[in-house]
Design a protein around this ligand. Structure first.
Ligand code: GDP
Ligand code: MG
Length: 298
């Protein structure tokens, strides 16, 4: 048998570049929520993949946020920076043909780090003219001593097998740290709350601030049905009305699509109840954040 590799891999990059999409695709299962809105990912989350005796432990992190003025953004930045230490490999995602200030900021943070970095140029499926891609790849390759640069599509799955082979090669030789069938370090409760939050983010337009969080109050199996009740916390009564929608339409649709995803994840029939409640100022209150589960865990 070949030697076994095992280690931690950070997936980093600016918000919206496709980190969670990549993680879900690599794991073949949804554990990290995605949407077009920044701040979709708020927690550090492990995605574990064991194949042929090798184990890759992916760390999905919130993007770095430049606005440091709220407790939430400070929390997100701590979670994101901590992913740059103590890992064996970094996969840094940028978007094809784009180079943002935030990318420049990340490049500065990485300078001086001796962790091997793979640059993954994502969303290449959006590039109409391949001739444009080559000069871009050349330009970004020159920015740092990367292990390698891969054009990928996290959404379509292009080049991900090659990416994963390279990642595995770079991991230390070690037996697996986690049991073979474990795919994340998070509880089902946590994943359920995240699915509800994803549906809210997708369902509600720009009018709703992302100042929303979800707390699971009840999670129990009775008569082969999993009964779940969740509270959606908002900051103001006006936001509550928006979340509920005209005649409860929004909340109903969020509940329906969340239930379908949760049933798929848990492989069980689910009864889901959603409540919307107001907690003023939770977003900028360190204590309220901790109560709602935004705790340091690293
Ligand atoms: P994160 O904030 O870095 O975790 O980004 P997400 O994974 O939540 O993705 C942000 C948005 O980009 C979502 O709307 C994804 O569907 C989209 N996206 C991610 N990867 C790709 C890709 O390879 N191609 C295209 N066209 N869209 C992508
Ligand atoms: Mg994400």
């Amino acid at each position: 048998m070949n030697e076994q590799h095992c280690g931690y891999v950070s997936i980093i990059g600016r918000p919206n570049v496709g980190k969670s999409t990549l993680l879900n695709h690599l794991l073949g299962q949804k554990i990290s929520i995605t949407s077009r809105k920044p701040q979709t990912t708020r927690h550090r989350l492990l995605g574990i993949k064991t194949e042929n005796g090798n184990q890759i432990i992916y760390v999905d992190t919130p993007g770095l946020h430049q606005d440091k003025h709220t407790a939430m953004n400070r929390y997100l930045n701590r979670a994101a920076s901590s992913s740059l230490v103590g890992v064996d490999v970094i996969v840094w995602l940028v978007e094809a043909l784009r180079w943002w200030d935030e990318d420049e900021h990340i490049l500065k943070m990485l300078q001086g780090s001796n962790i091997p970095i793979i640059l993954a140029v994502n969303k290449v499926d959006k590039v109409k003219n391949v001739n444009e891609l080559l000069p871009y790849l050349k330009e970004v390759t020159a920015k740092h001593a990367f292990e390698t640069v891969f054009p990928i599509s996290a959404a379509k799955g292009d080049n991900l097998i090659e990416l994963e082979q390279k990642v595995t090669q770079l991991l230390p030789i070690s037996p697996p740290f986690f049991p073979e069938d474990q795919i994340t370090d998070r509880s089902e409760r946590f994943l359920v709350a995240e699915i509800v939050r994803e549906k809210l983010l997708r369902r509600l337009g720009a009018e709703l601030p992302y100042r929303i969080t979800v707390e699971i109050e009840h999670f129990a199996e009775e008569d082969n049905i999993i009964h779940i009740s969740a509270v959606i916390w908002v900051e103001r009564n006006g936001q509550k009305a928006i979340v509920i929608g005209h005649k409860g339409k929004n909340l109903k649709e969020v509940g329906q699509s969340a239930r379908l995803d949760i049933e798929k994840m848990l492989d069980n029939k689910v009864f889901l109840q959603l409540w919307v409640k107001v907690k003023q100022g939770w977003y900028d209150d360190e204590r309220a954040l901790r109560q709602l589960g935004y705790k340091e865990e690293y």
